[in-house]
Design a binder for this molecule. Structure first.
Ligand SMILES: [Zn+2]
Length: 251
């Protein structure tokens, strides 16, 4: 019930959440039991794509087709920290002006958020966590960049976010005098997988261009535990690749 209320309450604050709230009229969903991923399509007619869709996310990233996919560019800016626990994840809402460039098209960063464990698999294996950078072009096309997180040294870029993340669903927190640098959460090696997929949460809308980096970034085991204490499992199971092409850059 809490998640349902929070989804409605914060619908106006995050473009994707707004889409979800409008499309599903706030139909509650979760990651286990009767509200879990295998039942999402039954929770609302507007979630039909979660079952009926043929280009769903996440997938197992294996055997990518080597391709000249072109460079991907990022111009993310340092910015004040706005963080929200929306009942499904910890999400950082970002200020206008941070861009991901794919070819000649600019996609503006709207928000980034985290999954535990990772949603995409890499040759059948799940990383500890995955971060999704959600972007939208001027024409309204969605493009998400995924970054795996694996146990290692303390991730200093996450420290201010983890310090501010609310323990339960609630309003967006603007944290005074704290700047974050989203670019610090991108891996140095930019080898990536590319495919067409969907949102990984209801309404599972398709037509989303996915870029998932092969190389993970580190975070400390204590940082994983801190997130897992709030979200023990917020990953959708992998979906069929079907007739889609999975491309891999720089190979
Ligand atoms: Zn996500």
């Amino acid at each position: 019930m809490l998640a349902r209320r929070s989804l409605l309450r914060f619908a106006g604050l995050c473009p994707l959440c707004a889409t979800a709230a409008r499309a599903g009229e706030g139909a509650h969903w979760g990651y286990e039991g009767a509200d879990g991923p295998e039942h999402w399509a039954a929770l609302s007619p507007n979630y039909a794509a979660c079952s009926a869709g043929s280009e769903q996310t996440p997938i197992d990233l294996a055997a990518g087709i080597p391709a000249q996919t072109g460079r991907i560019g990022f111009s993310y800016h340092r910015q004040p920290l706005q963080v929200v626990n929306n009942g499904h994840t910890i999400q950082v809402n970002t200020a206008p002006g941070s861009l991901m460039m794919i070819g000649e098209t600019g996609y503006e960063l709207l928000q980034f958020h985290f999954h535990h464990p990772a949603e995409h698999l890499l040759s059948g294996k799940a990383a500890a966590m995955e971060c999704h950078f959600v972007h939208r072009s001027a024409a309204g096309a969605l493009a998400v960049a995924g970054v795996f997180l694996q146990p290692g040294h303390l991730n200093t870029a996450l420290v201010p976010i983890w310090r501010a993340m609310p323990a339960s669903a609630g309003p967006v927190q603007t944290v005074a005098n704290v700047l974050i640098d989203p670019a610090a959460l991108l891996p140095r090696d930019r080898t990536y997988f590319r495919y067409m997929g969907s949102l990984t949460t209801p309404p599972c809308t398709e037509g989303v261009m996915w870029t998932v980096f092969r190389d993970p970034i580190p975070l400390a085991p204590e940082q994983i535990r801190a997130f897992a204490a709030l979200f023990p499992m917020n990953a959708r199971p992998v979906q069929k690749l079907g007739r889609r092409f999975l491309l891999e850059s720089g190979v």
